[in-house]
Design a protein around this ligand. Sequence first.
Ligand SMILES: C[S@@+](CC[C@H](N)C(=O)[O-])C[C@H]1O[C@@H](n2cnc3c(N)ncnc32)[C@H](O)[C@@H]1O
Length: 252
Amino acid sequence: MGFDVAADAYDRFMGRYSVGLAAQLADLAGVTGGQRALDVGCGPGALTRELVARLGPGDVAAADPSEPFVAAARSRNPGVDVRLASAEQLPFGDDEFDAVLAQLVVHFMADPVAGLREMARVARPGGAVAACVWDHAGGQGPLGVFWESVHALDAVVRDESGLAGAREGHLLELFAAAGLRETEQTVIAARVEHPSFEEWWEPFTLGVGPAGAYVAGLGPDDRDRLREQCRARLPAPPFTVTARAWAVRGRA
Ligand SMILES: C[S@@+](CC[C@H](N)C(=O)[O-])C[C@H]1O[C@@H](n2cnc3c(N)ncnc32)[C@H](O)[C@@H]1O
């Protein structure tokens, strides 16, 4: 899936956008001092850091199935209990957390309903479960220009728009299927300024996530063609990308 990569590559490709969502998702979940929280699919730890700032490392736990990301999340957040695990099988007991969050993860779960059900299991009764997924279906995530450009060159390539939670209302449906109550959907967004086209493009060549895996599979000529398609669709630099995500909070 493109997550067995160095944390630094992730930071440059997707972390630059995901970091801007962390405080908004934590606010949506109502994370505040005195609570215990779990970051599911923590990656190198963009949201983990926000939780630590609010709660302290002893009251934050995190989990991710990618070994390099777990190593990075541990070294960046000393004192946090970071486990190598998937959402579908969380190595935590029932009712352990006041808030359980998954930032940009549900669309990568092998079984999103099972993953959300596990998140609800480890949350205390009435505790918050919150998740967000980029609006890939609406083309409003950070990869809209990239996938549009791919389709201009190859109409049959499957992009990320069909993934779980990537269209309006779908995350709500998944929360309901997982038995979560009092669900609420909102939109959160990250704004990132790109000083040059090269600074925007180069991280796509690092093999991160489905987009990075797609670029890695292209020969040099096709990669050049795709790069120039992207350049033609973007504004003159510097330009700002505003990336929107569907976010849902429910109660266990
Ligand atoms: C786009 S990254 C998000 C990372 C981090 N939450 C952030 O906001 O930067 C997706 C993450 O989901 C993780 N992941 C993939 N499948 C998963 C699963 N079934 N359960 C939990 N995490 C998963 C990946 O290893 C990766 O770290």
